[in-house]
Design a protein around this ligand. Structure first.
Ligand code: NAP
Length: 262
């Protein structure tokens, strides 16, 4: 299948590692130019180099900065001549007990996992509707469908984004202009984030890391963690011309872990 996104410009946020990197890689392999962001310069530069080697015909621009700040977003947006595809992503909030979270903790989580995506949509969606093509994918979490108790900051902030997206994706002046807005919900994917959260959970429960990881794996019907590349491929499809009739949806990629019928 030809995804028909050759020459498009994509902004993929938080993309030096993990799911963002894999999404950028899949877009590059399909011929899209990408702007990738992350705070750490070294890993970002290495990822940009790796992406260039995947497809010498596209432009890969690396913008180091914090995407949750006005400055970081402005620099990322200025790095492309236009944004046809926006993949919203940022680090997840820390786990903990809600009794210990301050207002500042909540504001940080809302900034990272709700308001940053909204600001970037605000900055790009009108250009997309004018040009008659746009794809926006927000990387959220399976925790939006099935909350994880220690990740209350994530459950709350991402649910806020999900409600906002449900409303704007269906605005006629967006949907009828071939601009789609969807959320992609990862279950457990084998990334640094999974390793860090497993390590934290193991320590909190007094378990060995390997035992905590094995317990997580065994609970997934597919019997394995997702690979970043399969996440990236799915994300690229949602960003493609082929996915033009999909909008306002929450797509869960979790190897069958969510137990509900719908
Ligand atoms: P990851 O492997 O830890 O990668 C996170 C990436 O985001 C890195 O490139 C990191 O680079 C960048 N980043 C973090 N904060 C940033 C910021 N403020 N500004 C710019 N870049 C930033 O994480 P992942 O597993 O790919 O997860 C991606 C998202 O999906 C997270 O929100 C995570 O909570 C969510 N999620 C993941 C899973 C999973 O199983 N992996 C499951 C559910 C939800 P720097 O640190 O250098 O900035």
């Amino acid at each position: 299948m030809n995804l028909d996104i050759e020459g498009r410009w994509a902004l993929v946020c938080a993309a030096s590692k993990g799911l963002g990197k894999a999404s950028a890689k899949a877009l590059v392999q399909e011929g899209a130019n990408v702007v990738i962001t992350a705070r750490g310069r070294e890993a970002l530069a290495a990822t940009a180099q790796e992406l260039r080697q995947c497809n010498a015909a596209v432009q890969v621009v690396a913008v180091a900065g914090d995407i949750t700040t006005n400055e970081g977003r402005a620099q990322a947006l200025a790095a492309a001549p236009r944004i046809d595809i926006l993949v919203n992503n940022a680090g997840g909030p820390p786990p903990g007990d809600f009794r210990s979270w301050s207002r500042d903790d909540w504001i940080a989580a809302l900034d990272a996992n709700m308001l940053t995506a909204i600001e970037l949509i605000k900055a790009t969606v009108d250009g997309m509707t004018e040009r008659g093509f746009g794809r926006i994918v927000n990387i959220t979490s399976g925790a939006v469908k099935a909350p994880i108790d220690v990740l209350g900051l994530s459950n709350g902030a991402r649910s806020g984004l999900t409600g906002f997206i449900a409303g704007i994706a269906r605005q006629k002046r967006i949907a009828e202009r071939n601009v789609t807005i969807n959320n992609l919900l990862p279950g457990l994917f084998d990334t640094d984030r999974l390793r860090q959260s497993t390590d934290a959970a193991a320590k909190a429960q007094g378990k060995r890391y390997d035992d905590a990881r094995e317990a997580k794996r065994a609970a997934i019907p597919a019997g394995r963690f997702g690979s970043p590349d399969e996440f990236g491929a799915f994300c690229a499809f949602m960003c493609s011309a082929r996915a033009g009739y999909l909008t306002g949806q929450n797509i869960l990629l979790d190897g069958g872990a969510y137990p509900g019928t719908l």
